[in-house]
Ligand binder design. Structure first.
Ligand SMILES: CC(C)(COP(=O)(O)OP(=O)(O)OC[C@H]1O[C@@H](n2cnc3c(N)ncnc32)[C@H](O)[C@@H]1OP(=O)(O)O)[C@@H](O)C(=O)NCCC(=O)NCCS
Length: 165
């Protein structure tokens, strides 16, 4: 389904994106816990990130809901930005929300003066790599053994990049 179709035709009401602030800390932590990450963000850590002026935080909301069903955060330094995390709620995936959220977020980052966006993604994260490929990111590096898995093994990170603007 295209992201535009998902924005216009959703039965929960249209999706909208918007900035997040410290009031969303618990919701962001709950979403992050659905992301399948080895290291979980706690609400206090989320609040600190949401209050950080160098971090741009956006959420996606369905209909009139005040709680986001997905979030993305990036840290901006000079004319570069790095995605810290992006998660769509488990039951809401594969309906265009991640794509519309990341598109809106990239526009916010460009408006903040970022010319390039970087991220690290676990090799084998098919959904995330599919999303980034679709939005024009390219692989520019690989960090061997970067992520520690619960079973003690280690997995490489791919470094991806996309120009903004
Ligand atoms: C990655 C994530 C944010 C994508 O969100 P989403 O709302 O499901 O993504 P979308 O529905 O907008 O998908 C957009 C495109 O990404 C690709 N994609 C998304 N999920 C995919 C999957 N499971 N397999 C293959 N491609 C996928 C497709 O190209 C898709 O377009 P299509 O549905 O028209 O084929 C979501 O899967 C998620 O929260 N994952 C857990 C957290 C995570 O891994 N974050 C990334 C850390 S680097």
């Amino acid at each position: 389904m295209s992201w535009l179709h998902s924005l216009l035709g959703r039965k929960d009401g249209p999706a909208r994106t918007g900035p997040l602030d410290v009031r969303h800390a618990r919701q962001v932590a709950a979403l992050h816990h659905q992301g399948g990450f080895a290291r979980l963000w706690e609400p206090g850590e989320c609040a600190a990130l949401l209050a950080d002026r160098a971090v741009v935080s956006d959420g996606v909301f369905l209909g009139s809901a005040s709680e986001p069903c997905g979030f993305v955060m990036s840290r901006v330094a000079a004319d570069e930005a790095e995605i810290l995390s992006i998660v769509v709620a488990g039951g809401r995936r594969r309906s265009g929300l991640g794509q519309s959220l990341l598109c809106a977020h990239m526009a916010q980052l460009a408006a903040r003066g970022a010319a390039r966006l970087f991220l690290e993604v676990e090799e084998g994260n098919v959904a995330a790599i599919g999303l980034y490929n679709r939005l024009g990111f390219e692989i520019v590096g690989r960090r061997e053994g970067y992520y520690a898995k619960a079973d003690g093994t280690r997995v490489a990170a791919l470094v991806m990049r996309r120009d903004l603007g």
